[in-house]
Design a protein around this ligand. Structure first.
Ligand SMILES: Nc1ncnc2c1ncn2[C@@H]1O[C@H](COP(=O)(O)OP(=O)(O)OP(=O)(O)O)[C@@H](O)[C@H]1O
Length: 265
């Protein structure tokens, strides 16, 4: 068996639209080891969110296969947690009740008390202790996103998919949440896929950054970030980080057709 927890093998997909088929992904291959964290970056509209729907089993690819934990994905899976740019918390439920929501859907061995303890523990890990009984509208955007990360993790998923979760936040809150992510990952091991437009975010959070080409997207370049585990924001201001960001910026320009491919490293 492969030692990769997530395997996307030769995935090709097109949407059927009124104007005809829209090819979105083309022979895409991505593998993420257990406990790994992959970032996926690429031009706007190249198919990144489509990729997350395929990993979560919400859609089937036209060709190719998605495997999670040695099992082929053929439908939606409860072992996947997801968080998006818009946290979509339910206003009529408290923050604690929002975090507990997946446990009402996914079978769990935890009794009610243990479920509450787990949700409270996650909330304290992200700095939301004392906000359990508040309603979503009483929290800031960054706090709501922290709560949505807890909700994505409460049922102990193998895989956490993050689709632009920090995109709508201001720069300071975003950096704060990046560090929260490292804290969460140290305490709650998961295998992650992060979709982002923020190249600094990609090298701060991920072990590997996959740059997708323009649509129909395939993997154009893979950057090995060469740093494992928790990181400090200062690392983003080193010469090594500047070099990595330059490489990624160039690769995005190639993907957008703004720079010639042969100059890419
Ligand atoms: N359900 C759908 N039916 C038809 N076309 C779709 C559907 N969902 C997405 N598309 C189209 O497929 C392409 C890829 O969309 P997708 O959302 O996967 O891209 P993306 O890389 O996540 O975009 P962005 O970076 O702007 O968030 C886009 O052109 C989009 O308009």
């Amino acid at each position: 068996m492969s030692d990769h927890l997530i395997e996307i093998k030769g995935v090709t997909h097109a949407y059927q639209t009124a104007a005809g088929p829209l090819p979105v992904l083309r022979d895409l291959n991505i593998a993420v080891p257990e406990g790994g964290f992959a970032a996926v970056v690429g031009p706007s509209g190249c198919g990144k969110s489509t990729l997350t729907r395929l990993i979560a089993g919400l859609m089937k690819p036209d060709q190719g296969e998605v495997w999670l934990h040695g099992e082929r994905v053929t439908g939606p899976r409860s072992t996947v947690g997801m968080a998006f740019q818009n946290p979509v918390l339910l206003e009529w439920r408290t923050i604690l009740q929002n975090v507990l929501l997946p446990l009402e859907i996914v079978p769990t061995r935890l009794d009610r008390r243990a479920q509450q303890d787990r949700a409270r523990h996650l909330l304290s890990l992200v700095g939301l202790e004392g906000f359990e009984e508040k309603r979503p509208s009483e929290l800031s955007g960054g706090m709501r996103q922290r709560a949505s990360l807890c909700r994505a993790l409460v049922h102990q998923p193998d895989v956490l998919i993050l689709d632009e979760p920090f995109g709508a936040l201001d720069a300071f809150t975003r950096e704060d949440l990046w560090q929260t992510m490292h804290r969460l990952k140290a305490e709650e091991p998961f295998t992650g896929v992060l979709i982002t437009h923020d190249l600094r975010e990609s090298i701060f959070l991920a072990d590997e950054v996959f740059v997708l080409s323009g649509r129909p997207a395939t993997v154009q370049y893979v950057l090995d970030v060469e740093t494992q585990g928790a990181r400090d924001i200062d690392q983003l201001y080193t010469a090594k980080a500047a070099d990595q960001l330059n490489v990624l910026r160039h690769q995005i320009a190639v993907a957008q057709g703004r720079a010639p491919a042969e100059a890419a490293e």
